[in-house]
Design a protein around this ligand. Structure first.
Ligand SMILES: *Cc1c(COP(=O)(O)O)cnc(C)c1O
Length: 368
């Protein structure tokens, strides 16, 4: 069986370094807000090219705290609107609702699956305060157009970089393409911890300070609470794991790019639409589209190839957002009905990739 993502093998590559790093934390006697977290924040900010990185508990918190900080700073207020792609993972949207803000869904481009700037402008109102581009599946959005719109209408740009660690747009990396960016280090992300983790990156000093305080009970200084904050911190063990894995991230991306290149050059089946890349992708997911998705998924599973669907139900069809159940997002609808994610990771061998390609190419072949 070729698993969709072999996390055990991915982490086994660095087993000794991870074990040593973990032992260092155990022996240090300091488990929250210590040296590992500070060093990781420095290293991750440097990797992204930003002035600041703030470790938080997970990716959802990273996005939630950015919006919360803008509210505390008086830049965004209750019931203001935040534009977000309709086909994103629900966490992007939850971060907006959680802050009593209004998510405004904008449809993606069908070829790239990324939010379409032309459609953003149609949805901008007096209440719009921010755009949240999601670099979905690892490909960076059309940031020139998005930043131009933000400038024109005085909006904040909050990147959801949960799937795009290391991806470039022109000469800058994801995390450094807007006003602030939220990252997830969920184990299955390209940069994954061995538990939950997240970070915010930004070049805005005041925003960075506010987020750091909000995630620490609203406190800049111990026992002095400026805000009604939360507890959302990156713990020392996860920071230590991430410091090890950050050193291998560019290698992981390179291997993923090679697999994606092989898929793009060799998958040849009239029933299948391959992904379109117009910027740069770190290939968090390799997503194909077909009207015969359920059949193809079953066929591949029978041949020993595990695939997943990202995502089977769009946010506006979820129980959690019943208020949107009558809204229509036809592009999202066809994406959610047709997408299928193929296995891809730094531990996938060329023979496995070849087997996947050959199996897909044989699917519904006329002479078989
Ligand atoms: C994973 C993910 C998140 C949430 O990150 P968690 O660490 O799981 O909270 C947010 N947005 C997108 C696009 C994601 O893929």
């Amino acid at each position: 069986m070729i698993p969709f993502l072999d996390l055990k093998n991915i982490n086994a590559q660095h087993r000794q370094e991870l074990v040593d790093a973990c032992a260092n934390v155990i022996d240090s006697g300091w488990y929250i807000q210590g040296g590992e977290c500070r060093e990781f924040e420095k290293e991750f900010a440097q990797y992204c090219g930003t002035k600041y990185a703030i470790g938080v508990a997970n990716g959802l918190d990273a996005l939630t705290l950015i919006l919360r900080a803008y509210k505390e700073l008086g830049i965004i207020s209750d019931a203001d609107e935040v534009i977000v792609p309709s086909n994103t993972y629900i966490a992007s949207i939850l971060a907006i609702s959680e802050n009593n803000l209004m998510p405004i869904l904008v449809e993606p481009d069908l070829a790239t699956y990324l939010i379409e700037p032309k459609k953003i402008e149609e949805k901008i109102t007096e209440k719009t305060k921010a755009i949240m581009p999601v670099h979905l599946y690892g490909q960076t959005c059309d940031m020139d157009s998005i930043n131009n719109l933000a400038k024109k209408y005085n909006l904040k740009v909050i990147e959801d970089s949960a799937q795009s660690h290391g991806a470039y747009y022109r000469d800058k990396r994801s995390g450094n393409l807007g006003d602030a960016s939220g990252f997830s280090f969920y184990p299955g992300k390209n940069l994954g911890a061995l538990g939950d983790g997240g970070a915010v990156t930004t070049n805005d000093k005041i925003l960075a300070k506010t987020i750091r305080a909000l995630g620490n009970y609203g406190s800049h200084k111990k026992y002095k609470n400026q805000y009604k904050g939360v507890n959302s911190r990156l713990d020392e063990i996860q920071a230590a794991m991430l410091r090890v894995k950050l050193r291998y991230l560019d290698g992981e991306i390179k291997k993923r790019k090679n697999i994606a290149k092989y898929y793009l050059e060799n998958i040849d089946n009239d029933n299948i639409i391959l992904p379109t890349i117009t910027t740069d992708s770190v290939w968090h997911l390799f997503v194909i589209r077909t009207t015969k998705r359920e059949e193809l998924q079953k066929y591949l599973l029978n041949k020993g190839i595990q695939t997943l669907i990202h995502y089977p139900i769009p946010a506006h069809k979820q129980m959690a957002y019943q208020e949107w159940s009558n809204e229509n997002y036809p592009i999202s609808k066809s994406i959610h009905n047709e997408v299928l994610s193929l296995p891809i990771s730094g531990v996938q061998s060329l023979s496995e990739t070849k087997f996947i390609v050959d199996t897909i190419n044989d699917y519904l072949k006329k002479d078989s």
